[in-house]
Design a protein around this ligand. Structure first.
Ligand code: GLN
Length: 289
């Protein structure tokens, strides 16, 4: 631990924030690399004459912050950590940084199944960092889940995140393309959930640098119209869902109506487009018959 005066630190902090970026990202840097919690950061002004302790020196922290500001390198990748709902997840550039708008997907599931303590069996297709599955497994300890991903290295990260977030054993991790790893669970799922890659090709090409340069293309690009993977997931879902089983999907801001039509075509009922907190039809849900 390095000791530094609060005055010197606050002066340095002001200089860093004047370069750009936001308070929240800066707090993540200080917490995850500097070892200074957001709580400690917020009460520094109470003791302006005192000292504080950091795990890394200011020059090192500044070099990371500069990389974030000058190269648009996401702070989550630089720190190796993303905060999502109440989870602190390890992330590397192999996984998509879980988005705040996706947090609502857990509330949607909660609304569908309520406080039902009954045992349920769910699968998440394309888990990435594991965020959705881990949150579900924690919120519903009686449920059993399988989280899949096409990449074994990604599954290793998701598995690590699950172990670090809980002492539970109600989530398993399987490797493979969409439904392929779930062959032995045909007709057994009460719920399937996915935030698949859904960005249309033209939109992907124009994504901001911090996304396009750093985040995995495979987790974002949904083919020419963005619906390539959603289409495949919906078409095969009836084979894997139980009667009246639910499919919950995240989609691009303008895809809700198209996803709804795909669900209708595949004999889903109770279809609903659910808005995110910005009023965007971000999720589409339906039930197989
Ligand atoms: N919501 C993400 C973005 O806008 C995309 C995630 C996805 O394709 N599933 O960058």
């Amino acid at each position: 631990m390095l000791s530094i005066s609060v005055k010197e630190f606050l002066f340095w902090k002001k200089k860093q924030l004047s370069k750009g970026g936001n308070q929240q990202s800066f707090a993540v840097l200080l917490d995850c690399i500097g070892g200074l919690s957001t709580y400690d950061l917020n009460i520094l002004n109470l003791n302006p004459e005192g000292n504080l302790y950091l795990k890394k020196n200011l020059d090192f922290l500044e070099s990371v912050w500069d990389d974030h500001i000058l190269e648009s390198h996401p702070i989550q990748y630089l720190c190796g950590i993303a905060f999502w709902r109440n989870l602190k997840l390890k992330v590397t550039n192999k996984v998509l940084i879980p988005r705040p708008e996706t947090e609502l997907i857990i509330d949607i599931v909660f609304k569908i199944f309520g406080k039902r303590s009954k045992k349920l069996f769910f699968a998440e297709l394309g888990t990435g960092s594991g965020a959705i599955s881990i949150a579900l497994a924690l919120q519903f300890p009686l449920w059993d889940g399988i989280a899949t991903d096409i990449d074994q290295d990604v599954l290793a990260i998701a598995t690590e995140n699950f172990i670090n977030s809980s002492g539970q054993s109600n989530l398993r991790f399987y490797c493979g393309h969409w439904w392929n790893p779930l062959e032995s669970f045909k007709g057994k799922l009460d719920l399937a959930i996915s935030n698949p890659p859904y960005i249309p090709k033209e939109t992907y090409d124009k994504l901001p640098k911090e996304v396009k340069k750093f985040e995995p293309k495979r987790a974002l690009l949904g083919g020419e119209d963005g619906l390539e993977h959603i289409r495949e997931i919906i078409q095969k879902a009836p084979l894997f869902l139980k009667d009246k089983g639910w499919l919950v999907l995240e989609n691009h801001f303008d895809q809700g109506e198209k996803v709804k039509q795909l669900l209708l075509k595949n004999k889903f009922t109770s279809i609903e487009i659910v808005n995110d907190l910005s009023g965007i039809g971000r999720f589409t849900i339906g039930r197989y018959k």
